[in-house]
Write a protein that binds this ligand. Structure first.
Ligand code: SF4
Length: 369
């Protein structure tokens, strides 16, 4: 359950899952829902990949996935893991050797479908490498790459086929006495994804990695992910999430966090509440919010800030935020601290002033922790 029990209409009852470790990050059980992203640099370009991993981690990513398509990438992975501030998941397709090499290189988790890497002996070798190197596994079922026998049985990708695929892969791991795994059942279609995830959530107690695959660009993909992941998270399903966007991984992390913040499931940084602005605004709300979002990116302490154009909604919103600013006309507005009107501030100094007030409040909250 989230921390919202004082307001029962906000409660989310989380599905009970087993907990596994991805490196030092717990996934499942009562662990915070982890935010993931994936690099899109060439893995063999170690410097570029490490820079992207670090930027994603700075934006709040708990775990980052890196593709390992060939032997050189597996070699590069070793250096990437060494430099990374967060656990690295190695993305493996089809080739069992890459899985073994990635485990040896220090990957915290292998994203691999055990049913697709060849005969039983090869599967055993990969599982042994994972076990020997403290590596968990993510089974990643994807509607676009379902096994042929399931497509023949069901006629097309459907929730039942995806769940069956997931359970077949799970069985292989369990038959090898390997239980440190999580599972995803992704599709680019929101309805298919949501139904498949509900099915797999009922069929297993494994931690679930949520994602809407190939969701699209920054705006369309964000909306699709917010609807798909948002609904599932609201139902209590999901232990780790990745928002897939044709955009910078840092954007994926920001969107992932915003989805979790909207549902009260994670809190990080400044939650800005701002009005859309209209003819009544006492200052340029849109430009101010844009500037503040940028200037406050470094704040990691969970806190709230209201930036409201006029007194229609300003004082009311400020009541519920840590810091607030409400436009008041005549070139100045009112600063609110802890919900109370505190002092006036001129519009031309308000951005610097609000940044100072937020930084001060963040230090206070950190000290109180
Ligand atoms: S709070 Fe004021 S400025 Fe903002 S949209 Fe509402 S009426 Fe317009």
């Amino acid at each position: 359950m989230s921390l919202n029990h004082v307001r029962p209409w906000r409660d989310i009852y989380r599905r009970k899952s087993r907990q596994i470790m991805v490196g030092n990050v717990p996934v499942g059980g009562d662990a915070p829902i982890a935010v993931q992203t994936m690099t899109n640099t060439l893995t063999t370009d170690v410097a570029a990949t490490v820079a992207q991993v670090q930027a994603a981690a700075e934006a709040g990513a708990d775990i980052v996935r890196v593709s390992v398509p060939d032997e050189d990438s597996a070699k590069a992975l070793k250096e990437i893991v060494r430099e990374s501030p967060v656990p690295i998941v190695a993305d493996i397709h089809f080739h069992y050797r890459r899985g073994i090499e990635a485990a040896e290189a220090g990957a915290a988790c292998l994203r691999i479908n055990p049913g697709n890497i060849g005969n039983e002996q090869r599967v055993k070798e990969v599982i042994k490498a994972a076990r020997d190197h403290n590596c968990s596994i993510r089974i990643g079922v994807n509607a676009g790459s379902l096994e042929r026998h399931l497509l023949e049985k069901y006629g097309e990708p459907c929730p039942e086929a995806m769940v069956e695929s997931g359970l077949e892969h799970i069985r292989i791991l369990q038959d090898n006495d390997f239980h440190e795994f999580k599972i995803s059942v992704k599709a680019s279609d929101v309805f298919l994804s949501a139904a498949a995830y509900q099915g797999i959530a009922e069929a297993t107690d494994a931690p679930i990695h949520l994602g809407i695959t190939e969701a699209g660009g920054l705006v369309s993909g964000t909306i699709k992910s917010a609807i798909g992941l948002g609904n599932l998270l609201w139902m209590g399903i999901g232990d780790t999430i990745r928002v897939s966007l044709s955009a910078d991984p840092v954007e994926e992390v920001k969107v992932g966090f915003e989805i979790l913040k909207s549902l009260g499931l994670r809190h990080r940084g400044v939650n800005i509440i701002s009005c859309p602005s209209c003819a009544r605004q006492g200052f340029d709300v849109i430009k101010t919010v844009e500037a503040l979002e940028h200037r406050l990116e470094h704040i990691k302490t969970p806190m709230s800030l209201s930036i409201i154009g006029c007194v229609v909604n300003g004082p009311g919103e400020a009541l519920m935020t840590d810091v607030g600013f409400t436009g008041g006309g005549a070139g100045s507005g009112m600063v609110y601290l802890a919900g109370k009107a505190s002092h006036k501030m001129s519009n031309d100094q308000m951005i610097d002033h609000i940044v100072e007030e937020v930084e001060k409040k963040a230090s206070e909250l950190d000290a109180a922790e």
